[in-house]
Design a protein around this ligand. Structure first.
Ligand code: ADP
Ligand code: MG
Length: 419
């Protein structure tokens, strides 16, 4: 299978070659042809499987085949949940459109809007945006979405997790009802299918990785440990193993900050990435981690999903997620692109039920190890920690909406046409 056989034009093939890609990933093989045909597509594949190119390449081809309209109105709109993701998609768009006469811009909140407005004023064909800033600039009259032909929702599951449903509805009311819709997601939950029903028209469904399976290239290890010994065990593992680049997950932002401080006092450079951090701090942390200035990146689930950090040798669950699907996403950060990786979980007594849920979901039983000097506390309670108003288990939310299969019905729901 080659990119050429997917029907991509030479200028895109050239750009792809420059990126060093040899063969299209499974999700690219499945998603690119129907998108090129102009169909609505709902695609799901694990994080790190190349979804961005999966929609960007055919999107660029469609735009490039039509003449550029006068004044360059926005013809393709890509929504992403976070600034980092918007930036990543924008970078991808820039790379792949290198040999095309297309202009792109990225807008997101948390930074001065004026440079963004200036950029938009010259006309852009492709706009990558987070919902808040997009609605903001539209309200102020700095951009029009009335000529959008292709509408892409990237990381759609995370959009829902982050509560962007209303914003998405609002944005849909600003774009023409006749358009091509693409929705990309790491998971295929009922909520995703129901959102797809309101946005996509007779979508083609493509799925590349079976849900909730963990990649074989990833070695998974579980350590039983007393809660208060976790930090020291992590420090020991990092130092003894001489790990150079570790992604560590905590359940809370507070936990992420705390752990960072303790690692720093053990002279292990660490930075946290989570929703409360400023844009500058998050960009700095991510950049530092990528170029090896920062040895440990401590992240919460929401902050980490979708981030493109290639080839991570070590992922540590400092705390297990209360949503078992998140475990699959977390460990998907290692063993990417064929490289082997180790995903390691530090589990204390109160996380026992989380571990059981993960074993059930991933259909495996872990061998539980204990490191001498870091034994679990036999008297500790096994009652799970309280969830401080955070995320709920997916699928547990009450919904009175009719749940339908995204693939079947051809009905365009009423609110689809809402303007
Ligand atoms: P996803 O959106 O599925 O999480 P990304 O689009 O961020 O994944 O891609 C993950 C990484 O894989 C990126 O670094 C990207 O450059 C790389 N990549 C994408 N497609 C290919 C390919 N066909 N061959 C090799 N690497 C690829
Ligand atoms: Mg992505």
């Amino acid at each position: 299978m080659t990119f050429q056989s997917l029907g991509l034009i030479e200028v895109l093939l050239k750009a792809v070659r420059l990126q060093g890609y040899e063969t299209p990933s499974p999700i690219q093989q499945k998603a690119i042809p129907p998108i090129l045909e102009g169909l609505d597509v709902l695609a799901s594949a694990q994080t790190g499987t190349g979804k961005t190119a999966g929609f960007t390449l055919p999107m660029l081809q469609i735009l490039a085949k039509n003449p550029v309209p006068h004044r360059r109105p926005v013809r393709a709109l890509v929504l992403t949940p976070t600034r980092e993701l918007a930036d990543q998609v924008y970078t991808n768009v820039k790379h792949y459109s290198k040999f095309l006469d297309l202009r792109a811009a990225v807008i997101f909140g948390g930074v001065n809007q004026n440079p963004q407005i200036k950029h938009l004023r010259n006309g852009v064909d492709i706009l990558v945006a987070t919902p808040g800033r997009l609605i903001d600039l539209e309200n102020q009259g700095h951009l029009s979405l009335s000529k959008v032909e292709i509408f892409v929702l990237d990381e759609a599951d995370r959009m829902l997790d982050m509560g962007f449903k209303r914003d998405i509805d609002k944005i849909r009311s600003l774009i023409p009802s006749r358009r091509q819709n693409l929705m990309f997601s790491a998971t295929f939950s009922r909520e995703i299918k129901s959102l797809a029903q309101t946005i996509l028209l007779r979508p083609t469904l493509v799925e590349a990785t079976p849900e909730n399976t963990t990649v074989e290239a990833i070695k998974q290890e579980v350590y039983r440990v007393a809660k208060e010994k976790k930090t020291n065990l992590l420090i020991k593992l990092i130092k003894d193993g001489q790990w150079k680049q570790v992604l560590v997950f905590t359940r809370t932002k507070h936990g992420a900050n705390n752990l960072c401080k303790k690692l720093e006092s053990a002279r292990i450079s660490a930075m946290a990435i989570h929703g409360n951090k400023s844009q500058g701090a998050r960009t700095k942390a991510l950049a530092g981690f990528k170029n090896h200035d920062v040895r440990v990146l401590v992240a919460t689930d929401i902050a980490a999903r979708g981030l493109d950090i290639p080839l991570l040798p070590h992922v540590v669950n400092y705390e297990l997620p209360n949503i078992p699907e998140d475990y699959v996403h977390r460990i998907g950060r290692t063993g990417r692109a064929g490289a082997n990786g180790v995903a390691l979980s530090l589990v204390c007594a109160e996380e026992t039920s989380y571990l059981t849920s993960i074993e059930k979901l991933t259909k495996q039983r872990f061998k539980k190890e204990i490191v001498e000097g870091f034994e679990p506390d036999p008297n500790a309670s096994t009652v799970p920690p309280k969830q401080g108003g955070g995320r709920q288990r997916r699928g547990a939310r009450p919904s009175n909406k009719r749940q339908g299969s995204a693939g079947g019905g051809g009905n365009r729901s009423n609110n689809y046409r809402r303007r």
